[in-house]
Design a protein around this ligand. Structure first.
Ligand code: GDP
Ligand code: IMO
Ligand code: MG
Length: 424
């Protein structure tokens, strides 16, 4: 009996997919509890690379039960696209179940995501344009369409027609956009519902029963701590709770089930989309990290902003998630830099120094990172398999991150594949 959570500690894309894939090899059940197809999780396995969006990263193991919980917003068209792509690569979806409570992302959500971003002008969030915010808005406004509705054509038709009419008013009259052909969308989506209906099951019950039966459960976080709707850099965040606590709400289990929380970080920091990023680099070092680390968005292909490791944000993540362990990925990417820097605190415009991440953008404004410097290394780390194989400079870099973040580092990533994770 063991249930663990894997979450992101920075602004996403920390390499959660890789860590989940490794831990999933020891799990019976993998559960997604929040977010939607704004996630892009890369799993490199057996010489193949998979980019997973809605499908839990346990899918590569044929006997693993993969669950999509109530807290997820599900784009059925995109999910079926993933099914089709992965089926061609020999992956089966028989073991994938979707909670009837999960909300459906409809075409008007995607349209409104784009239109509202455009309306914000240069104050746009830089969303993934997957309709995530508008879908969660409907959920919390209590007018959303759920997976149960999607698989019942009569219920779906009625709900989609009434909400779709209202959305068309907003799209055309508020934003001057183009109306959606509701009849066509309803027919199309009824078809998706019929294809997906055999996957419907109560994820809360399945997870609870699995735990009682002594199975190993892994909760797969999407997005990351600094993108959390409350504890991230609001409003430059996503619309769900990517924190460890979000897992309980989003899958329907109690917190006492959880045995450990793994927080994944890169050995530096990246961010895709807009919003504050205190340690961002605008120089050749930033470009070097972007190129060497292939830092381009999995979903949108946007270049990721790059910067030094920020222990202020990761320590924030340790606290708000109750992390039991950190996994530091992409240490190999830093090879070749003369000096490494780690942000240990922020200096405010009034000269005071803070170590806790400020709760508001106003509090963050004008904060300058205070850096500690480390000697760089040029060794190729990709073949290291034990912590002792790492050069001394890397080991002391990791030791210092542990001290600063107040959390033990249990895994170190030295390459994209499952084998390139050093476990301690
Ligand atoms: P996720 O969203 O957190 O699952 O991360 P993404 O898949 O969006 O981005 C992480 C990228 O880094 C992917 O291209 C991974 O294959 C790659 N990656 C993960 N860990 C490592 C590592 O330790 N070293 C290197 N070089 N690449 C890694
Ligand atoms: P994974 O799971 C990185 C970012 C977007 C944007 C903000 C809001 O792969 O780590 P949204 O479409 O959610 O309304 O966009 O959140 N964002 C991510 N950035 N990784 C992700 O997921 C992200 N999911 C959303 O770029 O800044
Ligand atoms: Mg990603």
């Amino acid at each position: 009996m063991s249930a663990n959570i894997v979450i992101g500690t920075q602004w996403g894309d920390e390499g959660k997919g890789k860590i989940i894939d490794l831990l999933a090899s020891r799990a019976d059940v993998v559960v997604r509890a929040q977010g939607g197809n704004n996630a892009g999780h890369t799993v490199a396995s057996g010489g193949e690379t998979y980019k997973l969006h809605l499908v839990p990263s346990g899918i590569l193991y044929k006997d693993t039960l993969c669950l999509i919980g109530a807290g997820v917003v599900l784009d059925p068209k995109d999910l079926l696209g993933e099914f089709d792509d992965l089926s061609k690569r020999g992956i089966s979806f028989d073991n994938l179940k979707i909670d009837p409570r999960a909300h459906i992302t409809m075409p008007w959500h995607i349209a409104l995501d784009g239109l509202s971003e455009k309306f914000r002008g240069n104050k746009d969030i830089g969303t993934t344009h997957r309709g995530i915010g508008p879908a969660y808005m409907d959920k919390y406004e209590r007018s959303g369409i759920r997976f149960y509705d999607l698989v019942h054509p009569d219920i779906f038709r009625e709900k989609a027609m009434s909400t779709g009419r209202l959305k068309n008013e907003i799209i055309t009259k508020v934003y001057g956009g183009e109306a959606i052909d509701l009849e066509a969308v309803i027919e199309e989506y009824i078809g998706y519902g019929q294809r997906l209906k055999s996957h419907m099951a109560d994820v809360s019950v399945l997870t609870y029963e699995a735990d009682k039966a002594g199975k190993t459960i892994l909760f797969e976080g999407a997005q990351a701590t600094l993108l959390d709707i409350d504890f991230g850099t609001y409003p430059y965040v996503t619309s769900s709770h990517p924190l460890s606590a979000g897992v309980c709400i989003g899958s329907g289990v109690g917190p006492m089930m959880i045995k450990g929380v793994y927080g994944v970080a890169k050995a530096y920091t990246t961010r895709v989309g807009k919003g504050p990023f205190p340690t961002e680099l605008f120089d050749a070092t930033g470009d070097y990290i972007r190129d060497k680390g292939h830092e381009f968005g999995t979903i949108t292909g946007r270049p990721r902003r790059t910067g030094w490791f920020d222990s202020v944000i990761v320590r924030h993540a340790v606290r708000v998630n109750g992390l039991s362990a950190l996994c530091i990925n992409k240490l190999d990417t830093l090879a070749g830099l003369d000096t490494l820097k780690v942000c240990v605190a922020y200096k405010r415009p009034d000269g005071s120094v803070i170590r806790d991440f400020p709760p508001t953008l106003e509090g963050l404004e004008g904060c300058e990172p205070v850096y500690e410097e480390f000697p760089g290394f040029s060794d190729d780390l990709s073949g290291c398999r034990r912590f002792e194989d790492l050069p001394e400079v890397c080991r002391s870099y990791i030791a210092r991150l542990e001290e600063l973040c107040e959390c033990p580092v249990k895994m170190v990533g030295v390459g994209p594949s499952r084998e390139q994770i050093i476990e301690r």
